[in-house]
Structure formats: structure tokens, C-alpha cells
Design a protein around this ligand. Sequence first.
Ligand SMILES: Nc1ncnc2c1ncn2[C@@H]1O[C@H](COP(=O)(O)OP(=O)(O)OP(=O)(O)O)[C@@H](O)[C@H]1O
Ligand SMILES: [Mg+2]
Length: 286
Amino acid sequence: MLLSGRTADPAAGETDGDSTPDLVEIQDLGVSLDGLPVLRQVWLTVPAGQAVALLGNNGSGKTTLVRALLGLTPHQAGAIRLFGAPAVRSGMSRRDGFHSWWRIGYVPQQVAISLHATTLAEVVRTGALAHRHDAVWGVTSWLHRRHARQVVAQALDQVGLTAQAKELFIHLSGGQQRRALIARALAQQPDLLVLDEPLAGVDLAHQGLIRDVLAGFRERGGAILVVLHETEALAPLIDRAVVLRDGRVVHDGPLPTDPETHWGHELEAPPRAAGLMTGLGPHWER
Ligand SMILES: Nc1ncnc2c1ncn2[C@@H]1O[C@H](COP(=O)(O)OP(=O)(O)OP(=O)(O)O)[C@@H](O)[C@H]1O
Ligand SMILES: [Mg+2]
């Protein structure tokens, strides 16, 4: 964690002063999939200690943006900086890029098949092992295995899944699986959480639990980029909302109070996207 006592590293976009460094800087990003433009001229920042919601209709490009940020989907234009350093550039493979993905805890929108044959505790443990502490020193020593066990137990407790630790991941309910993936991301002890619809299928009581966990993470200096459709549960946590429409940023500012009606009308354009408000096609009229 940035504010957990470790000395700030200016080269990694960290400061000791009051200014909050941007952990994520996306500049003029363009992504095409199967030859069709999906993201166009996207600018986005996520400062340390902030929670930014990424909103937009189905197919507007939210998951594509998240995947591009993580180096999972290549981009054809623009630049992505993570923790103050270039992440991946156009035409660059993830392997050639900035090696700080271990600082990002990721909850994907869709669960990977490979998780299905393992227990919940093993799934969460993969997050703990992704942390640099283990990545650097290996996982063979008794001390590190004990540390990983403690981290896993804490993460499971945070999402209310301690009793299910030994169950097969595939036997968990949909909402429990979402919470398990959040636990895995937390177990990584990241500086940045990237969550793609983390509350999908999660019941109201556990939505509150997750909100409190995320609030604690943010208060300790962590940053959050969270894709949402329903904003109500996390609204108290959100510092800023970025709205995508047809692959473009059409709003960067306060959380829209009534998204369903608000998004159908002209939104305040962010400074860099000014001038893009025309020619957005029929979807813009809605
Ligand atoms: N691998 C792919 N190949 C081709 N097109 C793709 C691919 N992945 C996504 N797309 C297209 O890119 C667009 C954006 O998809 P994306 O998954 O980013 O949307 P989203 O905003 O996350 O939507 P949702 O709210 O439904 O999750 C969609 O039109 C989708 O069909
Ligand atoms: Mg999506």
C-alpha cells in the first residue's frame, strides 16, 4: 500500500507531499477489435486515494478499457501510464512493458474456467502469491507460506466467506464467486484495485460489507477503478464518475444522480473531449 509506511518512490509516481499522484494515466487511447473501433480518444486518470466509477451502457467499452489498462487487450493509439511509468505502448507486448502489474488487484467481469477445479482458499491464495513479497522471495519458505495463509484468511473474512474456504470454487453461488474474486484481489495487497462489475449478483447485505472493505482500502491510500451499472451501493465511496458512450468519454465528474435519465441527455464533456459531442450517432439521441 502506498501509505502503509513504505518510503514514497518519485520514479514510480509516488510523492511524500500533499499532491496525489495519478496511479493510472490513460492518454488519447484508441482500441480496435476485429478491425472495428471500440475505444476512441479516451482520457482517464485515477489518483491515489480516489475511487473512480466507470459507467456506460452495455457495449460502451468499459471492459475493453479495463483490459487495455491491464495489458490484456492491445491498443493501437495513445498511451497508458501506471504508477508514473509507461505501461504498454502501441505495438508493445505486455511482457515488454512496465512490470508492476502485481500492484494491481483485478476482479474480471467473467470468471476464468481454470478457477473451477480449485477450492475457494486456493483461488484467493493465487492473489496472495501474486504479491511481490512472494514473487521475489519465492513461496517455498515456511515463513512465506504462513504469511500467505494469514493474508488469505483475512481476505476471506473481509468478504464474509471464511466458512466456505474449503469448498470448490465452482460450487459457490454466483454472488459468492464475485466476493471470492474480490478476496483474491485484496489478498494481493495491491495499490490499485480494478473491479469490473464486482457487485453483480451480490446480495444487499454483502454489498454493504464490500463497500466498507473498499472504503478502508481507499482510506489507506489505495486507488479504485470500478465498473458499475448500479451505482447506489458504492455511491458514498465514489469520488468521480467517468461515463463511456460508444467508446468515448462523455462525462468525467461527479456521479450522475440519476444515470438512466441523465445519460440520455447531453452531459458535460471533459475538457479534452470537448468538441467530440457532435456526431456520436443515433445512440447519443437515445
Ligand atoms: N474480442 C472481441 N472482438 C470483437 N469485438 C469485441 C470483443 N470484445 C468486445 N467487443 C466489442 O466491443 C464493444 C465493447 O465491449 P465491452 O465488453 O468493452 O463493453 P462493456 O461496456 O464492458 O459492456 P457490458 O456493460 O455489457 O459489460 C462491444 O461492441 C463488443 O461487442
Ligand atoms: Mg463489461
